[in-house]
Design a protein around this ligand. Structure first.
Ligand SMILES: C[S@@+](CC[C@H](N)C(=O)[O-])C[C@H]1O[C@@H](n2cnc3c(N)ncnc32)[C@H](O)[C@@H]1O
Length: 228
């Protein structure tokens, strides 16, 4: 997630340690953070241990299996707490935001995909996402519609001051097959695989080879109201 706002936040805080909330396998956000600061504590509710071990051996990262809704750290533990694309995987994401603010002594940095239906490709992507999310909901995989800028701002209101926002737009095409690459894996977990594969074929026919699109990414750097 190389990003000017992130780099500025890290430079301004001269960080000892950053908390990476929802680090996944550690191969993306944690690795990027390690290039920019001295120590990273990375948490995820679903540990991807193989990659964690690989990264931990060669770096200053500590990994913990932990729920963002109940961070096991005292208040004000980290100058910067980041969440790279994690909140839209949490049904009660404002509660995770509250936890991030609690354990941060200064700043939080949110990095979320956002929707903007400005083109036919974006509209197809939104529709395709809806199908995928319905399947994922059925098999119990936590993944929800992208948050909006307004919803995030409203959740921060009164508790944090926005220091900087950055919107990275992308209209890069994504093929139908690439977008739905893992659909079959999720469909296999449901009790009605054929039903979902039929739905997919109907959508494929409707889109007739037209591409989908990469997401835009919104980055928000906010400081705790009490910290400055
Ligand atoms: C889109 S992935 C982002 C992974 C990583 N940050 C990256 O840059 O590749 C979202 C991650 O959030 C994690 N997640 C979902 N709900 C969570 C929760 N309640 N607490 C902690 N992590 C959670 C998922 O397990 C997943 O690894």
């Amino acid at each position: 997630m190389p990003n000017i706002t992130l780099e500025r936040a890290l430079q301004s805080l001269k960080l000892a340690a950053v908390l990476d909330v929802g680090c996944g396998c550690g191969g993306h956000s944690t690795r990027t953070l390690l290039e920019l600061c001295d120590r990273v504590v990375a948490i995820d509710v679903a540990p991807r241990l193989a990659r964690w071990h690989e990264i931990a051996q060669s770096s200053k990262a500590r990994f913990c299996c932990m729920d963002a809704l109940a961070l096991g750290f005292p208040c004000d533990s980290f100058p910067l707490v980041v969440e790279p694309a994690t909140l839209h995987h949490i049904a009660h994401w404002p509660d995770a935001l509250t936890e991030m603010l609690r354990v941060s002594s200064d700043s939080i940095l949110l990095q979320e995909p956002v929707d903007d239906l400005r083109s036919a490709a974006k509209q197809r992507t939104f529709e395709a996402q809806g199908l995928f999310l319905s399947l994922q909901a059925e098999v119990g995989f936590a993944h929800y519609r992208h948050l909006t800028r307004d919803a995030i701002f409203s959740a921060l209101e009164g508790r944090a001051v926005i220091a900087e926002t950055q919107l990275e737009t992308s209209d890069a095409p994504v093929s139908f097959d690439e977008f739905f690459e893992s659909f079959d894996v999720f469909a296999s977990q449901s009790g009605r695989k054929e039903y979902w594969l039929d739905k997919l074929q109907i959508m494929r026919a409707k889109f007739a080879g037209a591409p989908l699109c990469e997401d835009d990414t919104l980055t928000i750097w906010a400081t705790k109201r009490t910290s400055r």
